[in-house]
Write a protein that binds this ligand. Structure first.
Ligand code: ATP
Ligand code: MG
Length: 391
């Protein structure tokens, strides 16, 4: 008795009218694409039923249920899902399948939890619980425990069909990638920025990535790492674009023309300006960084505000209140941690002063920046962009 469908549930709070149908369609499309990417010939259809999405599996899909389950855990917007058996709305068929499902497995206590969304079905949920429960008791034995059962027999009666399952698997939650528009994510090769990208994807944003490097003054290791990170993040967002930008020409000018202690802040101001230009070009509405308050010199409140002053697009910092350990744990969960800790040559460590300013005054930074031809430098950097796509 193999599950032939997967019942997908999403969060419904705050989803009304037009938004709701947009959300559902996006989730449906993402589910289809995500499974197709790993197991193209495993399903017959992905359809919307009242308040749920049903993935109908073919024989191959039924045999590879654990792979499909692992894939679905990465689809943002799914609150939980359940491999289930579909049957007709008829008490005899429902009871028989329920008894069959509850005959396997090592457990002591059980309960039946029915839900009747389809009011055309004449049997109420309480009556289903009682009748199916009695049949399981009679055939399988076991004891009923309504409070804390070892195994639950779920029965969903919906849209002319009935579904029977015993396991609800927790999903990512959040919103389907794509419903919140685009954002440009500054990806460094460190631990934090891929995690911050993930959190924005989880809230429905599509991330386009920018990485700044100092090749040929450094090797290409940070570029390799960023490519690998994006591949890992493709578990959540299938398609992505990466802009590789040469920062060295800007760093050289900053080094020769400005006071050492403001260098990192000036680098950062250029980074966000260039990212902002990319955002306007691709119609993105925000930038994302992996900043966490107080973690390093450039991440004090004072310095973050001086950096942000260079741009007018919102700069989002999903990790601002996270501890390093919390970020590391999440990085492990989303499989970017092992890539992040590989050795690399970071563009910023190359030309970093010994004592960067931790409380830079905007006026002083602006005075230093006046020595530079900002517009020209940004334009040259943008012209150097190498664009890679991940599909
Ligand atoms: P991370 O672990 O993400 O590298 P970090 O703790 O090392 O962060 P910083 O190096 O100060 O902190 O970088 C802060 C943020 O600035 C990063 O999270 C990233 O979003 C952005 N950033 C830093 N360096 C680069 C780079 N070379 N290319 C793109 N973005 C960068
Ligand atoms: Mg870093």
């Amino acid at each position: 008795m193999k599950p032939d469908v997967i019942l997908c549930h999403y969060g419904e709070i705050g989803l009304k009218g037009k938004n709701r149908s947009y959300f559902e369609k996006k989730l449906q499309e993402n589910l289809r694409k995500t499974i197709k990417r790993s197991l193209p010939d495993s399903f017959i259809s992905v359809v919307r039923l009242y308040g749920r999405i049903i993935i109908r599996l073919n024989e191959q899909g039924q045999n590879e249920i654990s792979t499909i389950t692992a894939i679905l855990k990465n689809v943002c917007g799914l609150v939980y899902f359940a491999p289930a058996i579909q049957t007709k709305q008829e008490m005899g068929a429902i009871t028989q399948l329920a008894v069959e499902m509850m005959s396997v497995g090592d457990y002591k206590t059980f309960r039946v939890t029915s839900r009747r969304t389809d009011k055309n079905f004449p049997v109420g949920s309480q009556k289903m619980n009682e009748d199916v429960g009695a049949a399981i008791l009679k055939t399988v034995g076991k004891a009923v425990n309504l409070g804390k059962p070892d195994k639950t027999c779920f029965i969903d009666v919906v849209d002319g069909k009935a579904f029977i399952y015993s396991e609800k698997i927790q999903g990512q939650g959040g919103l389907p990638v794509g419903v919140s528009g685009k954002a440009v994510s500054l990806l460094s090769g460190g631990i934090d920025s891929p995690v911050s990208s993930f959190y924005m994807m989880k809230r429905g944003a599509v991330a386009t990535f920018v990485h700044f490097h100092s090749v040929p003054y450094t090797n290409k290791s940070s570029i390799e790492k960023v490519r690998e990170m994006i591949e890992a993040l493709q578990s959540f967002q299938q398609r992505a674009t990466l802009y590789l930008i040469e920062l060295a020409p800007i760093q050289k000018v900053i080094m020769t023309e400005t006071e050492a202690k403001y260098r990192v802040i000036l680098y950062r101001r250029f980074m966000v300006r260039i990212a902002e230009a990319i955002a306007y070009k691709i119609r993105a509405n925000a930038l994302i960084t992996g900043d966490s308050l107080g973690q390093v010199a450039s991440q004090t409140l004072e310095n973050m505000s001086v950096i942000e002053e260079a741009i007018s697009i919102p700069l989002l910092r999903p990790l601002i209140g996270f501890d390093k350990l919390e970020i590391i744990n999440k990085a492990k969960e989303i499989n970017t941690y092992d890539i992040s800790i590989l050795p690399d040559q970071d563009c910023c460590s190359l030309f970093t002063p010994k004592h960067p300013a931790t409380k830079a005054k905007l006026l002083n930074v602006l005075t230093e920046e006046k020595k530079l031809n900002v517009e020209e430098l940004v334009k040259t950097a943008l012209d150097s962009a190498v664009i890679e796509t991940f599909d």
